[in-house]
Design a protein around this ligand. Structure first.
Ligand code: PBG
Length: 320
C-alpha cells in the first residue's frame, strides 16, 4: 500500500474541503494617510495604488472599504506644519481628530484605529519628545502620548495604537483614557516593532523620516525574539487589549512565537516596504498577482488574528 496525500489535492472541491486556513476581509485593516493640507493629497510614488487623502477623501475611502467588507482603518495624519514638540498631534482639531469624527459620523460602524506617535508631527522626525541633549525622552513622551490619546478618544476613536516603542506607554494611555471616562476605547499596542528598513516607503508617505540618527534606540533589534515576547508580556500587563508584531514577512517566526505564548489577539502589520516590493515585482511581470494571497495566508497561518495591510482594499475587491 502506498500512502497518497495527492488524493486530497486532486480537485478544487477536495482541496477546499481540507483547506486549513482562510483569509477573511473581516480580519483586515487598511492603513490610511490623511493630510491636513488639501494640496498634499495624491499618489504615493513608492506605493503604487496608495494615496494620501484629504479628510473628505478619507471618508469616501472608508465608505468604499466598508462596502467591500473591510471593517477597520488605521489612520496616520500628515499635519500642515511640524514643530519641535509635535504640538498639532494633541490639537482637538488636528487632522486625525477631524478624520475620526468625519468617518465615525459618515460610516458609524467602521472601526477607526488611530496610530499614536509623534514622528509625523515633530520636525526632528523622532517618535517622541527630545531632551536637551537630543535624546528621545521616554517619560516625557509617554505623558504626551497619553494626552494625545484622550483627544483621539474625545473625537470618537474605537482603538488607539501606540507605535512609538516607549516604555510604560500602554499603562499611561490606559490610565488617562480611563480617567477621562473612555474605558471602552481599546489599545492595540505595537509591542514588537523592529527597527526595520522595510518602513522606507511609509516615511515618504508620512513625511516622518528622522532628521538625524535612527530609531534603533527605541525600536527593537531585528535578531531578537525573546525580547519581543517580553515586550508583549509587558504591554499585556499594562492593559493592552491586543498586541502587534511589525513588520510581517520577515518576522513570521515572531508572530508564531507570540501566538503560542499569549491568549490576546495578535495583529501583524505588513508594512510599506513589503507592499512596495510586491507591487514593483508584479508591475514588472516578475511575479504573479497571486503572491498577494500567498503572503496574506502566511500571516494567518503564522497565527495572526488581525492583518494590517495596504492590500486590504484590493484583496477584498478581488475576493468579494
Ligand atoms: C510611526 C510608524 C511607522 C510605521 C507605522 N507607524 C514608521 C516608523 O516607525 O518609522 C511604519 C508603517 C509602514 O512602513 O507601513 N512610528
Amino acid at each position: 500500500m502506498t500512502i497518497r496525500p495527492r488524493r486530497l489535492r486532486r480537485t478544487p472541491a477536495i482541496r477546499s474541503l481540507v483547506r486549513e486556513h482562510h483569509v477573511h476581509a473581516e480580519h483586515l485593516v487598511q492603513p490610511l494617510f490623511v493630510v491636513e493640507r488639501d494640496a498634499d493629497a495624491g499618489a504615493v510614488a513608492s506605493m503604487p495604488g496608495i494615496s494620501r487623502f484629504t479628510v473628505e477623501g478619507a471618508v469616501g475611502e472608508a465608505r468604499e472599504l466598508f462596502a467591500l467588507g473591510v471593517p477597520a482603518v488605521l489612520l496616520f495624519g500628515i499635519p500642515a506644519g511640524k514643530d519641535t514638540t509635535g504640538s498639532s498631534n494633541a490639537d482637538p482639531n488636528g487632522v486625525v481628530q477631524r478624520t475620526i469624527r468625519a468617518i465615525k459620523s459618515a460610516v458609524p460602524d467602521m472601526l477607526v484605529i488611530a496610530d499614536l506617535c509623534n514622528c509625523e508631527y515633530a520636525s526632528h522626525g523622532h517618535c517622541g519628545v527630545l531632551d536637551a541633549n537630543g535624546n528621545v525622552d521616554n517619560d516625557a513622551t509617554v505623558t504626551l502620548l497619553a494626552r494625545i490619546a484622550v483627544t483621539y478618544a474625545q473625537s470618537g476613536v474605537d482603538v488607539v495604537a501606540p507605535s512609538d516603542m516607549m516604555d510604560g506607554r500602554v499603562e499611561a494611555i490606559r490610565s488617562a483614557l480611563d480617567a477621562h471616562g473612555f474605558d471602552a476605547v481599546a489599545i492595540l499596542a505595537y509591542s514588537a516593532k523592529y527597527a526595520s528598513a522595510f518602513y522606507g516607503p511609509f516615511r515618504e508617505a508620512a513625511e516622518s523620516a528622522p532628521a538625524f540618527g535612527d530609531r534603533r534606540g527605541y525600536q527593537m533589534d531585528p535578531p531578537n525574539v525573546r525580547e519581543a515576547l517580553r515586550e508583549i508580556a509587558l504591554d499585556i500587563e499594562q492593559g493592552a487589549d491586543a498586541v502587534m508584531v511589525k513588520p510581517g514577512l520577515a518576522y513570521l517566526d515572531v508572530v508564531r512565537a507570540a501566538r503560542e505564548a499569549f491568549e490576546v489577539p495578535i495583529a501583524v502589520y505588513s508594512v510599506s516596504g513589503e507592499y512596495a516590493m510586491l507591487k514593483a515585482a508584479i508591475a514588472n511581470g516578475w511575479l504573479e498577482e497571486r503572491v498577494i494571497d500567498e503572503v496574506l495566508i502566511a500571516f494567518v497561518r503564522a497565527g495572526a488574528d488581525i492583518v494590517i495591510t495596504y492590500f486590504a482594499k484590493e484583496w477584498a475587491a478581488r475576493n468579494r
